[in-house]
Design a protein around this ligand. Sequence first.
Ligand code: AMP
Length: 280
Amino acid sequence: MIIFKTGSDLQKWIHRKKEEGKCIGFVPTMGALHDGHISLIEESKQNADITVCSIFVNPAQFNDPKDFEKYPITIENDLRLLEDSGTDILFLPSVKEIYPDGYKNLPHYELGNLEKVLEGYYRPGHFQGVCAVMHKLLSLVNTDKLFMGQKDYQQCMVIKKMITLTGIKAEFVACPTQREPNGLARSSRNMRLSPSAIEKAAAIFNALTFIKNNINHLSSESCIHKAKEMILSAGFDKIDYTDICNAETLEPVVYKDEPSVALVAAFIEGVRLIDNMLLD
Ligand code: AMP
């Protein structure tokens, strides 16, 4: 695996590979890698010629400075996992490399309702920061195929929209959520949880499964009410949202037969976890 720390070196290398007709797969991450990330690498290795992974903890997308400070960093382990997975290139830029002029006056992306609801509502500015870094990374990597996780459902929608808005020519590939044996979605933030909280945190998956199994014969309100009860009684401190939305717009669901998705954000041991499940 080759490690690049500057965008210009990375671009030169990618340029040569593009001239050879290679398809570039890209997996952007914030590090603290786990099997969820590695599943994206595997997907890229199967569907592209070259797999580029980036590790960059993007300060512009943290609306809460404490969350940024506490974000886990496990670079030695990350390097080992990436080597083992056969990643070709790791892009490991500094903040200065990505934001030479700082990150206070970034371009604005017209995300509309997508950044007003759910994560957008509870984390103001978050998706603008995500778009800023992804716009920069996608350009530097000259991406043919972008692999991202459905675990961050709304983020997938935001990035697809940003790609359309900017005219970037990258194909978006959404990859399924990888879970712990108890159903908890794998996440870098799980590293901050005690073993007992990891057990309790399966309540999010159980609540989403309850909604999926019951949405056809119970009202949305009853499903949401029961799901919240399941999450809180398992030991979560606070729920930001438990909601059922149109899977293509994230607007409220009006008709029972709309494609829909259930989404949750909740805190346990002060750690904010998110997850979602498509409802057939
Ligand atoms: P992060 O490092 O959390 O920014 O995530 C980097 C990429 O990995 C994003 O596209 C995430 O959606 C994806 N990802 C995170 N957790 C999982 C998971 N449990 N399963 C699949 N993809 C994931």
